[in-house]
Design a protein around this ligand. Sequence first.
Ligand code: KG4
Ligand code: ZN
Length: 335
Amino acid sequence: MKESLILAIETSCDETAVAVIKNETEVLSNVLYSQIKEHQEFGGVLPEVASRIHVEKITYILKQALKEANVEPHDLTAIGVTYGPGLIGSLHVGLQAAKTLAWLYNKPLIGVHHIMGHIYANRLVEEIQYPALALVVSGGHSELVWMEKEHQFEVIAQTADDAVGEAYDKVARVLGIGYPGGPIIDKLAKQGKAHYQLSKIKPANDDEFSFSGIKSSIIQLVEREQKAGREIIVEDIAVAFQERALEQLLDKTKEVIQDKNPKHVLLAGGVAANSRLRELITSLVQEFDSIKLTIPPLWCCTDNAAMIGVAAAMNYRYGRFSSLELGASSTSELM
Ligand code: KG4
Ligand code: ZN
């Protein structure tokens, strides 16, 4: 471990977040403004609105994070910031704030890949054993990431279409049950029954997930039931969607575990907050002797800056700095 005191900024989507992280995993502060309320009436994140709110909030959140950590900017070792992937306008706000601080206080700038942050949220719980396999499930990503060694990332499966969190959000919109859909469907499914049958969808290729077909089957099911004049039982629809979506994640994760034999399985991203997924992945990993499983606590599953701070500290350990030319990227590859 290399001693460090890092200020980290995350503005890739609809959370304005700043954290101060000491020595890689000690969270001195983790301040977040969630824009959920502002986007709820539109049933999804409106990019222009998100950027405007980041601009309004960032200075206050920054000051608050420094104050709670009891840290002055000149005490910092480096400034970490998410550069992508995410919404370009939103990313720019965090990047401008980070670059301004780095320039003003003469501190190194460390760009962080958002998914690396989600994976390293697990280090807030415990050390990672290698080789490790991370199942990354969020609003923008559904990926299996192989880490042969520390700080080495290889994407071995990814979605061919929608991300799983995106599918949760779209199904919730079709059902008119609110935004974001993930936590709502999670809750409804607990009261639902396995009443509607959806056929299993198999992605076209071995290294792919596919969730848009499951989403379309739900849309067709709702239309069919409405045409037939039958009442739609949203709790049961939640079960039908969730079981098929999670089954696909679990099936592929099992195949990769059998094939590559990791020492540690990590769950990461906003959908990692899902109670059914947490249950299912726990049973799956229990089938294998001597594989460790880490599931981040709920507070660091969805977007936050603490995880970006941990990832920035790892980049710092490996000497991966960025120049003040660092730009926002909506689609950057995890490396
Ligand atoms: O990681 P995150 O905060 O943002 C992205 O990087 O995309 O993930 C947000 C996603 C949303 O799609 C939201 O619906 C989903 O995570 N989510 C959940 C749950 N909580 C959040 N999905 C399923 N069950 C949950 N409990
Ligand atoms: Zn995220």
